[in-house]
Design a protein around this ligand. Sequence first.
Ligand SMILES: Nc1nc2c(c(=O)[nH]1)N[C@H]1C(S)=C(S)[C@@H](COP(=O)(O)O)O[C@H]1N2
Ligand SMILES: [Mo]
Length: 204
Amino acid sequence: MSGGFVSRGFGGKRRAPDDLRDRLPPGQYLEGGFPVLTAGPTPTVETADWSFRIDGMVANPTEWNWQQFNALPAEEIPCDIHCVTKWSKLDTSFRGVSLDTLLEAVEPLDAFAMAHSYGGYTTNHSLEDLSDGRAWIVTEHEGEPLPREHGGPARLLVPHLYFWKSAKWIAGLRVSDHDEPGFWEANGYHRRGDPWQEQRYWTD
Ligand SMILES: Nc1nc2c(c(=O)[nH]1)N[C@H]1C(S)=C(S)[C@@H](COP(=O)(O)O)O[C@H]1N2
Ligand SMILES: [Mo]
C-alpha cells in the first residue's frame, strides 16, 4: 500500500493516522495486500463436490450442497482481519451466510464446535464466538468468487478473532460439549485468539 498510514476507506474518505491506529490491535502492522498463509498443500474443491455439514451434538444434523447453500440468505460483510503473524488488513469485505442462520437450522445442544476443512485443517470455536452476527461461511471476497488460495469455494470467516480461526475450504462444524484444540491450537496457539487481548500463544 502506498502512503504508509494513510489509506482510503469505504467511500473514498481519507482516514487520519489516529483513526487507523484505533483499528489496529496491539502488535499488528497494516498490510495493503492479501497474503496467503496455508499449512500444507492447497486442496482443490469443485463446487459440484462441495458440501457444508453441521453435525455432532445438534438436534438436526444438516448438510447443504452448493446449490442449497447458495439459496440461503447471504449478506455483505465489511471487516478488518488480523493475522497472528502480525499483519492486519483493514476495510476488506466478504459475502456469505451468517452462522446464526445455519446454527438455527441444526439446533445445537452444546457450546463448542470444531471446524473441519477439506485437506484436514481444524480449528476450535465456542458457539458463542460463532453467534450474534460475528461469523459467516463466505463464498465471495470483494465482489469476486473467493479465490482458491484464500479458501474457495467457501471458508469460515470469524473476523473478531485472529485469522487462523477462519478455516479455509470449510467442510463442516462438529458441535460438542468440550473445547478441544484444533491444528494450530495443538501446536501452541491460543485456544480463543482475541487480537485485542493479544491472545497469540497458549500462555497469553
Ligand atoms: N484449511 C486451512 N485454513 C486455514 C489455514 C490453513 O492452513 N488451512 N491457515 C490459517 C491461517 S494461519 C491464516 S493466517 C489464514 C490465512 O488466510 P489467507 O491465506 O486467506 O490470508 O487462514 C487460516 N485458515
Ligand atoms: Mo496465520
